[in-house]
Design a binder for this molecule. Structure first.
Ligand code: UDP
Ligand code: MN
Length: 278
């Protein structure tokens, strides 16, 4: 773990959770989040997308930002969305910027408990270390290349930046700078962020195992520990579904992502969760 000097009382409005999505996922992935954790984190959440959906914005009551980024899965398009999230965070004046993908479940209580252990006035980059060693990349400046090593947080598990770090990052992330950095090392947005934080700002990643992406085997998280995790996810590994291991209350066919079951574990007072047996 990182430094824990004192920590800080946090209100919901001190945190910005940026959810990255795409118009094509509004009715599927985003709808699942809107049916589960997002209503429990209304104050924190802003959705970043690439196509208008006035209807959804109205029915959900959640702020949606039109990034005008291309609606594709390219590294450029995803970097464009991350840069938009960053700009919105800087203007927001909030203390913590947390990014998640639209296949993440965020436990707002666990997130708030985690961040309260730190100070947003210190330069912090919190997330799940993507590898158990630094990534080796090739940096190209002009026609010179050199090998660089750095740690980065898996974007698909979510990560958080303190305001102090985000502010100092401006020359490297503002305007077209993030896109430039991504081109310079030819790696995706999450690697690029790690590169900027470690190589240009000399801040170390604070590794946090409470963030989870679908790149890891989610069934290995003990059911008794699920409620302590900050983020979870769902997906496919080697043609097999990769989801958290929860018996119920909903079946795999009713709830393939397991997010409804997880939500009832965390928020049993939700109207559509089965009443608890006394
Ligand atoms: N995404 C996007 N535009 C696209 C496809 C994906 O913004 O055309 C977003 C998606 O909503 C998610 C993130 O990029 O937040 C990662 O996409 P996905 O989970 O499909 O792929 P992964 O990188 O996890 O394999
Ligand atoms: Mn994903």
């Amino acid at each position: 773990g990182g430094k824990r000097r004192g920590g800080q009382k946090l209100r919901a409005a001190d945190i910005m959770i940026a959810v990255r999505t795409s118009r094509k996922f509004h009715q599927s992935r985003l709808a699942l989040l809107l049916a589960t954790w997002i209503p429990r984190a209304r104050v924190q959440t802003i959705v970043f997308t690439d196509g208008e959906d006035k209807e959804l914005e109205k029915t959900s009551g959640i702020t949606m930002v039109q990034t005008h980024c291309p609606p594709v899965h390219s590294s450029q398009a995803l970097t464009c969305k991350l840069a938009s999230e960053y700009r919105t965070f800087l203007h927001s004046g909030r203390r913590w910027f947390c990014h998640v993908d639209d296949d993440n479940y965020v436990n707002p209580r666990a997130l708030s408990d985690l961040l309260a252990r730190y100070r947003s006035s210190e330069e912090l980059y919190l997330g799940r270390a993507s590898l158990d060693h630094p990534i080796e990349a090739t940096e190209r400046i002009g026609n010179k290349t050199r090998s660089v090593n750095f740690w980065f947080a898996t974007g698909g598990a979510g990560f958080c930046l303190s305001r102090a770090l985000a502010v100092r990052m401006l020359p490297w992330v503002g305007g077209a700078a993030l896109a430039g950095a991504s081109e310079r090392i030819r790696l995706p947005d999450d690697c690029t962020l790690g590169y900027i934080v470690q190589r240009w700002l000399h801040v170390a990643l604070t590794p946090c195992p409470l963030f989870h992406s679908h790149l890891e085997n989610l069934a290995l998280i003990p059911a008794s520990r699920l409620s302590a995790q900050v983020t979870l996810s769902y997906g496919v590994i080697d043609n097999r579904t990769n989801v958290v291991n929860l018996r119920g209350p909903f079946s795999i066919s009713e709830d393939p992502s397991r997010f409804h079951s997880l939500h009832c574990l965390l928020f049993p007072d939700t109207s559509w969760c089965p009443r608890q047996v006394h």
